[in-house]
Design a protein around this ligand. Structure first.
Ligand code: 9YT
Length: 128
């Protein structure tokens, strides 16, 4: 059994900072749960290109307003607290927020640690 608090993650090596977001990684592959679980804060006024080619991500918005736009179709989905999206087709997309967002994110396969997006918005495959 694993019990952790956000307070002990913040400022630790599990608190991963990128230009547009902070990801507080509550569970990682080394925890052996089969998925990773993150409390992610997206900074206000940002636009981020994301493409999880090697992972499926589920994202549940709990604070803030924003949108995702699929690059292939131009389809835009508004985000607000209570909205879930799941990139089960590895959809490449823009994530935009004027207000900032707080999201609970699950990755399968689980992230290993310090992944941040490359220039294409991709995280490397697990084990790479
Ligand atoms: C929504 C999203 O994918 N944001 C980027 C960070 C990611 N959630 C992560 O690594 O925790």
């Amino acid at each position: 059994m694993i019990v952790r608090t956000l307070e002990e993650i913040i400022g630790s090596e599990r608190d991963t900072r990128a230009q547009n977001w902070n990801s507080r990684r509550l569970l990682l592959r080394s925890d052996g749960a089969g998925f990773s679980l993150h409390d992610t804060v997206i900074h206000p006024g940002t636009e981020t290109l994301i493409w999880y080619r090697h992972h499926v991500e589920a994202v549940y918005c709990i604070e803030g307003e924003g949108e995702i736009e699929l690059t292939e179709t131009g389809t835009v989905y508004p985000l607000r607290p209570g909205t879930l999206y799941t990139l089960n087709g590895h959809e490449r997309h823009w994530l935009r927020t004027p207000t900032g967002l707080r999201m609970i994110c699950v990755f399968n396969p689980p992230l290993t640690g310090k992944e941040i997006h490359d220039a294409d918005g991709v995280y490397p495959p697990a084990g790479a």
